[in-house]
Design a protein around this ligand. Sequence first.
Ligand code: SAM
Length: 242
Amino acid sequence: MTIRSKIRAGIERVLLTQGFTITRAGADYLGAAPAIAAAKAKGQSVREYVEELWEQVGAAERVANEFASAGALAHCQRVLEVGPGTGMFLEFILKRVQPQQYDIYETAADWAAHLAQEYAPQVKRQPADGVSLKHTPDASCGLVHGHGVYVYIKPLASFEYFAEMMRVCAPGGFIAFDFFAAEKFDVTQVTHWLTFPDRYPIMLPAETVKAFFTQRGFRLVHQFDHKLGRGKSQYVVFEHGG
Ligand SMILES: C[S@@+](CC[C@H](N)C(=O)[O-])C[C@H]1O[C@@H](n2cnc3c(N)ncnc32)[C@H](O)[C@@H]1O
């Protein structure tokens, strides 16, 4: 590796750990302190506040219900979430699964600190390097999930995370997340997105995403669409064959 490529790799690593500072893909950064204060002023929980702000009222509960229908919300000892942001999904999952420990890997320091404090002692903030889950042991989690993260990070960073999600998933456990499926991004969709200023979406080839898991002992047990940004992301739920 030349000095130049080492520097470039270093910069990319910093961007991975600190650069993704928006909390909702495509929206301006929503800092933890102002959002918490605004929610309090309106007498709402942070989840209620952001769901209203982002025109997603009921979204977290709907997704949690889909996970439950796939059997993914059974009680387990440990859960892991990548990029929980404001914690709008965390709140529901924590209540339903009641794990002893809930690891979060979140690159936005203010939200990570807030969630670890608000949901102590279960929620444990793990150091996030942007691609790995290295502070969580192999085969330790009954549920590993992420929402609105693989819709805008670099494709290979997503696949790096997917490999890590499989590593930490316990036999019989579940992995669930959403992404923009390239196959669904047709001319109508492109034309629609181009009428808005958002340019963040990253589309992943859905068949490759699925094969990445099914070729490694995971079974696709559920999939569904979810309104996200100017279009729809696709959720997939995999079960570890054990
Ligand atoms: C679009 S927001 C979604 C937040 C939340 N999951 C939700 O659906 O409301 C993406 C979140 O992922 C975090 N994030 C971005 N890149 C990340 C990475 N490489 N590793 C971990 N978290 C990341 C961001 O800080 C942000 O909180």
